[in-house]
Design a protein around this ligand. Sequence first.
Ligand SMILES: Cc1ncc(C[n+]2csc(CCOP(=O)(O)OP(=O)(O)O)c2C)c(N)n1
Ligand code: SF4
Ligand SMILES: [Mg+2]
Length: 360
Amino acid sequence: MSMPAIRYYQTGSFAVGNRLLDPEQRSEQASEQRSNAITCGHRACQGCGEALGARYALDAAMRATGGRLIAANATGCLEVFSTPYPESSWQLPWLHSLFGNAPAVATGIAAALRAKGREDIRVVGQGGDGGTVDIGFACLSGMFERNDDVLYICYDNEAYMNTGVQRSGATPPAARTTTTPALGPEPGNVFGQGKSAPLIAMAHEIPYVATATVAELRDLEAKVQTAMSIRGARYLHVFVPCPLGWGSASKDTIRIARLAKETGIFPVFEAHDGEVTDVSKIRRKLPVEEYLRPQGRFAHLFKPEVQRETIARIQAGANRNIRRFGLLGGEDGDDGRRGGPGRDGAPGRDGGPGRDGGIR
Ligand SMILES: Cc1ncc(C[n+]2csc(CCOP(=O)(O)OP(=O)(O)O)c2C)c(N)n1
Ligand code: SF4
Ligand SMILES: [Mg+2]
């Protein structure tokens, strides 16, 4: 099948366009003085979105803090591929916590620094979606509730990749994982489950919540920069495709991340004190099919025949995001108003689609 051409708007990367920009407009990575928080030699898969996201996020945080930064890292791919003991790719003080307590460890580091009068040193906690939205969630909520001075970054690849692609609370509906196989009458992950960590973070009314993708690295850097200019609890949720777990080509990582945004599957926004303050508009709205097709985890939606009803449910979730966040710029953004199925097939509370694949 021929794929529609995707326009590339990003100029702040290694792409040739970056070198055509004025130096002050270039991305962090283009600078010879970049902080290089994570160096080569790590063992991430080719095209790993998590490695890319972490490198840009922590480089930006290093730059924002003048290198006075400590990171606590939950167990998961990011920890395993970067730090096979006794080696490490990290170029900053970096602690491996347990799978479920990175936010608490980060809080402890911040408290110790405060006790020592070293509040010039800042703290980042980070982990995958499993470590963040599932097992680490109580620690994260506590960190938010106390408004601890930590930036927590979740790298969301939508499953437990490090242990073999098991479903997490961030796995989207219909996706095949090893614990949600593509079998039976409703193959893949069930509709109506899971959670949106960014929205729950916002409900804590912490100073700053943002989402980003590895398709827009300048945006990711800017959000880290903003986060580091603020004191208190901050949360950044980064969409990071995983070629191994998603059954996608390594070369498609950026393209898939861009499609997630352009279809409305993954809304990119910023919120201050519980209120959405900015959204990245969709430039050219695409049907969710364009996002689903290149990924093996959704192959059962297209073979042996196209599962139109399931794809329509996923589209309804994307439309809901578009409407809820005003991603198209209009008042309602899309036809989500017409109403679609809710969690149990009933209409959503507001007459729009319910939890069938809205923001995760
Ligand atoms: C208490 C506990 N349970 C299970 C594990 C095994 N474990 C290590 S990493 C991981 C999955 C990590 O998934 P995620 O946080 O999404 O990170 P990813 O590998 O996808 O980046 C699991 C289940 C563990 N280390 N500790
Ligand atoms: S399994 Fe996925 S998240 Fe883990 S290193 Fe490979 S691409 Fe990255
Ligand atoms: Mg994960």
